[in-house]
Structure formats: C-alpha cells, structure tokens
Design a protein around this ligand. Sequence first.
Ligand code: G16
Length: 544
Amino acid sequence: MAQFQEVLKQSALHPKPAGLVLQYGTSGFRTNAKQLDHIMFRMGLLATLRSKKTKATIGVMVTASHNPEEDNGVKLIDPMGEMVTQDWEEHATQLANADQEDVLTVLKNIIEKEAINMSQEANVFVGKDTRSSSASLSQAVLDGVSALGGHSKDYGLVTTPQLHYMVCCQNTQGKYGEATVEGYYTKFCQAFIQLTKNTSNRTDDQKHLCLDGANGIGALKVREMESHLKKELQISLNNDGSKGRLNHQCGADYVKVQQKPPTGIKINPGERCCSFDGDADRIVYYYTDSEGTFHLLDGDKMATLISTFLKELLTQAGLDLKIAVVQTAYANGSSTHYLENTMKVLVRCTKTGVKHLHHVAQEFDVGVYFEANGHGTVLFSKAAEEKIQQLAEDTNVNDKRKKAALLLRNTINVINQTVGDAISDMLLIEAILAIKGMTIQQWDTIYTDLPNRQLKVKVADRRVIDTTDAERRAVTPAGLQEAIDNLVKKYRQARSFVRPSGTEDVVRVYAEADTQESADALAHEVSLAVYRLAGGVGDEPKPL
Ligand code: G16
C-alpha cells in the first residue's frame, strides 16, 4: 500500500534514539523534549488509526503540563473528550518503543487486532502548550497524521482542556458547543454571567481574584477570555509568561507540594488567589491571613464546596439524583471524613490519574471528582441533565424548585465535563462563592486539613514498587508495606503510602498526621524505607 510506503519514508525522518524505552504513563508520554520527536510522529499515526476505528475525531495534545520547561509530552484524547482507553495506551506503548525497522509491523498488528478499515476517513485535532519545544513536536504529530492520509486541524496554542472540549464539540456536531476557542469562551463565560446575575450587590473587591498563570498557556487564554467576563470577575494576572520560566517556583503543583505561595507575587492578607498548572488543567486556591500564615484550598476543598452546593440545589429542586465524590489516596483524611460523615455523600477512591477518577464518576447521576492536586471536574449523567432541563422548563413548579433547577442548568454549562479544567473550575468556584456570599476564609473553615507532606525519592527502577487498593498499599518490594505500617503506628491520626510516579522518574511519598512535625517526620522515615528497600540512588533522604 502506498500509505505504508509513505509511513516508512516519513518515519525515517523521525528516528527513535537507540535503546530508549518509554511507557504511556499517568497522562501520556513524558520525558525530556529532546527524546520525543519519534514519539510524536508515531502518536500522529496512532491517533489516525484511532480516528478510523472510532469513525470520529481524535485529539493529540503536546504538553508536559506541570513538569519542567525542558520536558514535553503527549496525551491522546478520545471522541467524547475523555482520555484514550487503556487498551489503546498499550498500543501506544508498543508503537512508541518499536525499533525503527519494526514500526510498520507494529502498525499492521494494531490494524489487524482492531480490525481497522483503512479506507475510512480520519480526522485529528492537534494542540500545544507554550514550551519552546512544542512547535516542532506538534509538527511531528501532524507529519504522522498526514503520512497515514488523515486530515488534521492544528489549533496551535490551547490549554489541554480546551482541546478536549474541541474534540467533544466536533463529535457531538456542536451540541456540546462550538469547536473554536471563541466558542469555548462564549459557552463558559455566558454560563458564569447567568449564574452570578442575581449577585449584583458584590463589591469590586469580591469580584477580584489574584491568578498565577504558571507562566504558561493558561495565562494567555485567560487574557483572551477576560472581555467575555464583562467585569463580573476581575482578574489580576501574575506569572503571565512575559518574564518568568514555566512552572518555575509557581503554578498549582509548586503551591500544592511546597505548601506556599508562588515566589515573587505580592499577596494582600485575605486576598483570594489561585494558581493554574502549565497546561491549565489543574487549579488550587489559597490566601494568607493577617498573621502571614498560608492557607491552601486544594482539590479536596474544591470537591467539598462543589458537592455541598450541588447537593443543596438538588434538594431544593426536589430531584432524587445520586451524587458521589471520587478521590485518590492523596485526599486529605479530613476531607474524606467530612464528606462521608457530615455531608453523607458516597466517597470512592481510585488510582492516581484523572482517567481513573473520570470513569468511576461516570457511574453516578452526579459524579464530582478531584485529585488533591487540583485536577478534577463534575460529570452529570444524560438522565440527570434531562431531568434538570425538564424541571427548568416546567411551568407548573414552585419558584424555589424552579430557581434551583435554573441554577443547576447554568452550573452544568459552566463545567467542562470532558476533563479537569482550571479555567472552568475557576469560574465554577467563583460563581459558587458569589452565590453563597462566601469568603475564601469561610470556605476554608468547612473542615480543617490534617497536616501532610509529599516527598520524592529517586530509585534505580521505580517499577520495583507495585501497589494495590487504589495505591494505598505497596505489594512489592518485600517488607516495604510492613515497614510503612510500623512507622505509621508511631504517630496519631497518621496515614502514609508510596507509589511510582507516572510523569517523573521518582517514587512519591505521602504522609499525614495530627501535627506538621509528625507528618514531616513520618514522610521522611517512609522515604528512608523506600530508599533502603526499593533501591534508592544518590544521597539518603535527609530530615526536613
Ligand atoms: C498528571 C495527571 C494527574 C496526576 C499527575 C501526577 O497531571 O493528569 O491526574 O495526578 O499527573 O501524576 P504522577 O504522580 O503519576 O506523576 P498533569 O497536570 O501533569 O497532566
């Protein structure tokens, strides 16, 4: 076939570095940008096959999100805007690691296994973040698509969730919205304006939000979007990419892990602030109090605020819909306790990675999912959306029910249901605070986080750590879980787990306890256990 000849010819222009082996991880392939050209070309090929197979548009996003500027990566997006399925992650890993001369064989195996009709048209949407390597890497994706005769649309600089949104809009023939950046702003900002329209007594101070754009794509897109907000949200934008480095001492991951504000931003006491990550799919909120103490409101606090708001509205609307919150092992013990015991909502725990949370959230009428790191969204089942829509249009219901149904309908429209989205999450949180007339301090007091600490340990091969029970227990190496259990017993209200990262070459350690000193000590002791039992490299972890 002429197509395969073209693949061979083009593939030679995107050679694989000898001996390089990469896995499709928590969120696609990630490593130093210099090693990724062949991966991008091959993901262009794979996305084309996936499009032929599903007879739908597929997305390919070039980004390494929260990782450093010199890294890059790629995520594949399925037809409804969700992450690509697990069996195709395996195809991706095989294709990525095939030796140069085997590319065609692996490609043909996938075609055969998936029974792909090669005469079917293919359509691939491509987007990229602001990393300097992203331009040539996204060109390699486009080369891969054209080598297999697929059509592509290059959206250029977009946030990851914007590309997820485009794919969903395209495959729902515009029902989800218009597949343009302008369509994205119109949909989400209009919903925000509708939601906040009866809160007109808000002062400019209450409408003000201090935003750290992580020197990434989110900052550019917030600038573009601002006029659509009609001053109902007044954003002061920091780390807009004009001088600082991407994710360097700023951004959602830095703020969450370091538990401190981004460097170099002046924050007034009590001021409501938030940080995006490098591709704007995560957001965390924070403020400092009059004593200068930093307060973080992470994904768990967002999930709590959102699910409280939704539960209240569902009750007011008289709708009997099942609501659940999906978390990971990183969720603060206090948040889980509050959700289960005070709010009485169902809580489920999954492995790290929004792809896992997303699937569990789909099992409920209303599934609120958030990772503690600020990555999350809300999913409404089709039946739930229909019930809410019917009630909002019903002329025979009382004012209270009607008002709640209208608020629910606008809430659905302000949410990007395809994936966690910092911009959409920000609009949702801002709207809820405005509607409830709540300050960030009042939101923060819903429950008090248990002090916690996250650390990284470098080991020779992080795959020696295998976990079970949604990553809460280590199965291998032998003796590690026992060591963790014994360490945890030394502290009050303590919990700890370890897991290999799927985006960096490290093992992550999480610990929480009744005091910060205990959480820090436990995290350090567990790090030492990992270092000793799982083949640590470099210096032994030092106490904090
Ligand atoms: C990605 C995933 C997240 C995950 C994070 C950290 O985030 O999308 O779901 O929590 O990586 O993963 P790990 O601990 O395996 O490195 P992002 O924002 O980098 O795409």
